[in-house]
Write a protein that binds this ligand. Structure first.
Ligand code: NAI
Ligand code: MG
Length: 506
């Protein structure tokens, strides 16, 4: 405990207990119609922190109907007033930020200092940003062929938005969908991820202090049982999803027959390229940040394929390994911890599976990590150290699949053109970064790389006001910035007004 009298961890556990068994409909935490529940496990010690309803069509229908009913008035609230209410909701989140961050760490196993507090801060920031952008819901006036005809477009809300979110950055991904959707005048039903539902429910409950009932609803449950009926519900007119590529493809299928627009933020197998002229004082910490080791590699932008020019290969190996050794793996709720634990047994097993493949590949080397910790405290949870491999070929599954664990591979190269073609040799097209001091090289990279989120000499995480999304099998559409609100959460109406015959003067 810090130098305060509040035991935040206990408070977060008590909050998890209070929220257990509830969904949020029509502005109220409420019992679900379904009887079954899903246990919520803290992956740091496998303790049960609560449970959430395992909703099916019946609860989805209630939530969607609540959102539909709220839509008829919310859409007519002035845009700036909607924005103001979102900003007031952000102020409420600010008051509760430590509790939110603690519950997020309990849900996810993400470290409080390096992940959950910054994610909570970004969540509040993004909510405020979209609140402020509500006045940007502008249409266009178009010069008309006939002098007296007024021709213009207006942006209107679409209706009820169904959102399905994952567990890896549950708070930020929640508001990345909710805030622009609400600012634009839609109402929302979100299905939380079964692994990390409680921190999102808390955030939604707090936001509901300011929002009208029914505008923001939450259901919980599994993908097939709860997510699919949400997508397919006839009153849901827009779907937004973040998660795995196969599920994203399935979702596009669920909504195809009702021609419902869909935004998909899917996975990546992202390249980082270290050129021989890179500044290694930047690139080495950049590789570690870029791999998102302090999120246990559970990030869609994680740069898991690190192409390093042969001239500085050994130097990079040494630098990265030295830095990885300094990362403190530990209790997610401890302020000293740099890196928490993997979210679930399923995801830990996924990492173990790919490590098994690496171990069975001739020539593969484990440069760092690769063994589960044995200290009693860590052996209790789903901990896995930051792991660095090399000696793998690009066609190895370790280099092709999204592992979503703390495992990166170094790949030596000598030629720029062939490294670009190797970097592009993936079905994904999410993020990519290059380290160089050569501007012409950087521009060639930007031109040739197949990715939606490209950086040079940095590998920052996606953030507010930076339009983010993938190409190829990494997704459809962009989020986190003004264009996401305009392009993905409104529909346009084109209007031509002919004054006709003037009325008789009175
Ligand atoms: P997932 O894609 O299965 O789950 C994400 C969300 O979609 C959850 O809320 C889940 O309940 C829901 N869902 C699952 N199947 C569904 C269906 N048929 N219809 C509607 N909703 C459905 O991801 P999961 O199983 O948690 O993780 C597996 C892998 O997916 C990870 O190892 C990683 O590679 C990738 N992933 C990528 C994410 C990203 O940020 N791009 C986030 C989470 C997972
Ligand atoms: Mg899944």
């Amino acid at each position: 405990m810090n130098n305060t009298t509040i035991d935040w961890n206990q408070k977060a556990r008590d909050t998890a207990t209070r929220l257990s068994g509830k969904i949020l409909i029509d502005g109220q935490l409420t019992d679900a119609l379904c009887r079954d529940t899903i246990d919520v496990i803290h992956p740091g010690d496998i303790s049960n922190i609560g449970h959430v309803p395992r909703c099916n069509e019946a609860d989805v229908d209630r939530a969607v109907n609540s959102a539909q009913q709220a839509f008829s008035s919310w859409r007519n609230v002035a845009a700036r007033e909607r924005g103001r209410q979102l900003q007031l909701a952000a102020d409420q989140l600010e008051i509760e930020k430590e509790l939110i961050a603690r519950l997020c760490s309990l849900d996810t196993g993400n470290a409080i200092r390096t992940q959950s507090r910054p994610e909570t801060a970004s969540t509040i920031d993004l909510t405020r940003m979209f609140g402020g952008l509500a006045s940007e819901l502008k249409g266009e006036t178009v010069p008309s062929a006939s002098a007296n005809v007024l021709q213009f477009s207006i942006r209107e809300p679409i209706g009820v938005v169904g959102g399905i979110i994952p567990w890896n950055a549950p708070l930020f991904l929640f508001v990345a969908k909710v805030a622009p959707a609400l600012a634009a005048g839609n109402t929302v039903v979100i299905k939380t991820a079964e692994q990390a539902p409680l921190c999102v429910l808390l955030v939604a409950e707090i936001m509901n202090r300011e929002l009208p009932p029914g505008v923001l609803n939450i259901v919980s449950g599994y993908g097939e049982e709860c997510g699919k009926p949400l997508c397919e519900h006839p009153l849901v007119r827009k779907v937004t999803f973040t998660g795995s590529m196969p599920v994203g493809c399935a979702i596009a299928g669920y909504v195809a027959s009702k021609l419902c627009p869909v935004t998909l933020e899917l996975g990546g197998k992202n390249p980082a390229i270290i050129m021989p002229d890179a500044d290694l004082d930047l690139a080495i910490p950049g590789i570690i940040d870029g791999m998102r080791y302090t999120r246990q590699g559970q990030a869609c932008t994680a740069a898991t394929r690190v192409f390093v020019h042969r001239d500085l290969y050994d130097q990079v190996v040494e630098g990265v390994v030295t830095s990885l050794a300094k990362l403190k793996l530990g209790d997610p709720l401890d302020d000293e911890t740099d890196m928490g634990c993997i979210i679930s047994e399923e995801q830990l097993n996924r990492t173990l599976h790919y490590m098994e493949i690496a171990r069975n590949t001739e020539g593969a080397r484990i440069l760092f990590g690769g063994e589960r910790p044995t200290e009693p405290l860590l052996a209790k949870g789903y901990y896995y150290p930051p792991t660095l491999l090399d000696g793998l070929q690009l066609d190895n599954d370790v280099c092709r699949d999204e592992i979503f664990g703390p495992v990166a591979t170094l790949l030596p190269f000598t030629d720029f053109n062939s490294v670009i073609s190797d970097a592009n040799d993936t079905e994904f097209g999410l993020a990519a970064n290059l380290w160089t001091r050569d501007l012409a090289r950087a521009m060639a990279f930007v031109n040739q790389i197949e990715a939606g989120f490209v950086q040079v000499n940095q590998c920052a995480a996606p953030r507010s006001n930076v339009s983010y999304g993938g190409i190829k099998m990494s997704g459809l559409g962009k989020e986190y910035a003004l264009d996401s609100m305009l392009n993905h959460f409104t529909q346009s109406k084109t209007v031509m007004i002919n004054p006709g015959t003037p009325a008789a003067s009175v």
